[in-house]
Design a protein around this ligand. Structure first.
Ligand code: CA
Length: 226
């Protein structure tokens, strides 16, 4: 757990660094905005603690250029200011939390732990099996980095299979989960859909992911075909 602390006040910086180190974190402390900005962008931190008032570039500028660069490391602002306007500004820029100085160290530690926990617990939006990846929010499937064009139903079917990878899914389960209806067991709708999906995700690749389990259903697995 690496935390970057950007704080120009020597005593405050040392105090935070010492406390967080004792709390089990690896802390890198820098005392000006330029170094802070450089570290935040290039280093791999789980959290950035940013003082707003710095001698060169302020915490807000560091924060906004971080977000503009697509970096979403959680940021906790530290500031002596306590106006609603400043809080709103920080949060609008994409800060994750805000602490007004002077603060009790226990409070800082509690906020830090909560932010770090949130990062770890964030549900993944990417499902994967072997080199196949599903970006759930944008509904984009890729295999070996190549985008695969799927219909809505095909994506839903593939998502179900990848979520339950390694499990044999009976046709009846696929029908109810993907089409929301129960088909007669002799319908070939599922088989046709699987065949189309297979053509899109497996035909051009030597490792076949979708497997037919005779008499039972289908599964997706990165293991060798049976
Ligand atoms: Ca300061």
């Amino acid at each position: 757990m690496k935390i970057l602390v950007v704080e120009d006040e020597v005593k405050t910086g040392d105090y935070i660094k010492q406390g967080l180190s004792e709390g089990g974190f690896v802390v890198e402390l820098v005392r000006n905005g330029l170094d802070g900005h450089h570290k935040a962008v290039t280093g791999n931190f789980e959290l950035v603690i940013l003082d707003v008032m710095l001698p060169d570039i302020d915490g807000w500028k560091i924060m906004s250029s971080l977000r503009e660069a697509g970096n979403h490391t959680p940021v906790l602002f530290l500031t002596a200011r306590d106006s609603v306007k400043d809080k709103v500004k920080g949060l609008e820029l994409g800060a994750d939390d805000y602490l007004v100085k002077p603060f009790a160290f226990a409070e800082l530690l509690a906020r830090v732990r909560s932010l770090v926990r949130r990062t770890i617990a964030a549900p993944t939006n990417i499902l994967a099996i072997a080199d196949l990846q599903l970006d759930i929010p944008s509904r984009i499937a890729t295999r070996a980095g190549r985008t695969i064009n799927l219909t809505t139903k095909e994506f839903t079917l593939l998502e179900l299979m990848v979520r339950r990878q390694g499990e044999v899914l009976p046709r009846s389960l696929i029908a109810s989960q993907v089409w929301d209806i129960n088909f007669d067991s002799d319908t070939n709708v599922i088989d046709v859909a699987i065949r189309r999906l297979r053509a899109k995700i497996d035909d051009d690749f030597s490792v076949k992911l979708i497997q037919t389990i005779r008499g039972m259903g289908y599964k997706i697995s990165a293991a060798d075909n049976e």
